[in-house]
Design a protein around this ligand. Structure first.
Ligand code: UFG
Length: 330
């Protein structure tokens, strides 16, 4: 494309990997991040970093200056239990801020928009694997805040010359296999991140939230996808949006198979040769029993093949990054 891709949240976990995937594919990138949860050092130096909130109206000037042709919008709040306690934070950061960002994109004439949506839009699915056409009934404010944005994009694309892709992420984990980025979030809540923190001595044990779910071993089942595969899916989505400007897409981003919490912890033990202490606890607010993607639509629609569908490999990459963070004192 003739111009740049704007990556909001490019200093964050998934955003920083998308920046790498875009740069590796030859795109030019401008990152917009307010650095509240992201890090300037996580942004590859080949990209331009603008420290700004996505809802700042002057983002239009950034779009014009860098001739932005597509926005990949990663910036947002991502912790399900936090959204239950502080729903307005989620409707502000995920819904209201995105509304303003979309308005800016329309005003600046940006033709393509890629949005980080979530499997949490489904709530508790009637059937697993869950497909894009299945009912969306979020059971937490996080999922609802993202679903509302999907609705805005649908309506905006019908009214303005913009097409979009919403990627509904399942459980993103792992780190850049080349060691250039990883999950650096302070106070992380995600299972694999927590487990590799325990493996490197950053925490004493891992809590298992819920042992009475209707699943094979009673613990929650999720579809863990390697962050670099997900990043490459964004690049493939961008290509499709450019090739077919009349079409928009909502696509599950997962591998189509699930692992329980205990299976994940077994993998971490296997990879590290440790036996990390597990503390069996009650369920967390807002957690469904099982979320696994029907990924046939994304496989059919995008020129994308997952290359890293391997739980032990995901854990190995996450662990390597965790060790690198520890060496750097982070
Ligand atoms: N879990 C534990 N102990 C922990 C952390 C998590 O047992 O210390 C369990 C959870 O209860 C759940 C599973 O591990 O069963 C995964 O939990 P995460 O917190 O890692 O992720 P979530 O499934 O809650 O949410 C993530 C993303 C959402 C996305 C969702 C889709 O944060 O954005 O995956 O499945 F919508």
């Amino acid at each position: 494309i003739d111009g740049k891709v704007m990556v909001t949240g490019g200093g964050g976990y998934i955003g920083s990997h998308a920046v790498l995937a875009l740069l590796d594919a030859g795109y030019r990138v401008v990152v917009v991040d307010n650095l509240v949860t992201g890090f300037a050092w996580a942004v590859d130096p080949r990209a331009t970093l603008v420290e700004m909130a996505v809802e700042d109206p002057s983002i239009r000037d950034v779009m014009a200056e860098h001739r932005v042709r597509a926005v990949m919008h990663f910036a947002g709040s991502v912790v399900v239990p936090e959204s239950v306690v502080d729903p307005l934070k989620y409707y502000r950061n995920n819904t209201a801020a995105t509304r303003t960002l979309i308005e800016s994109a329309v005003a600046a004439g940006v033709p393509h928009f890629i949005f980080s949506s979530t499997a949490a839009t489904y709530g508790t699915p009637d059937k697993v694997p869950v497909a894009e056409g299945d009912p969306t009934r979020p059971i937490n404010p996080y999922g609802m805040s993202k679903l509302m944005t999907e609705a805005m994009l649908r309506d905006v694309a019908a009214a303005h010359p913009l097409n979009y892709a919403c990627l509904r992420y399942f459980n993103v984990a792992g780190a850049d296999p080349q060691g250039r980025s990883g999950q650096s979030t302070v106070g992380a809540t995600h299972l694999i991140k927590i487990a590799v923190e325990a493996a490197t001595g950053k925490r004493a044990a891992v809590s298992v939230f819920g042992t009475d779910f209707p699943t094979r071993d009673g613990t929650g089942v999720r579809d863990y996808i390697h962050v670099s595969d997900l990043a490459e899916a964004h690049v493939a989505a961008l290509k499709l949006l450019v090739e077919r400007p009349g079409d928009s897409h909502i696509l599950n981003a997962g591998y189509g198979r699930g692992f329980s919490v205990l299976e994940v912890l077994d993998a971490v033990d296997r990879v590290t040769n440790l036996s990390i202490e597990r503390r069996l606890e009650g369920r967390r607010a807002g957690d469904p029993a099982e979320l696994v993607a029907d990924n046939s639509a994304i496989l059919r629609t995008l020129d994308w093949t997952p290359r890293r569908d391997d739980l032990d490999g995901i854990v190995r990459d996450a662990l390597a990054w965790e060790r690198a963070l520890a060496e750097r004192g982070r």
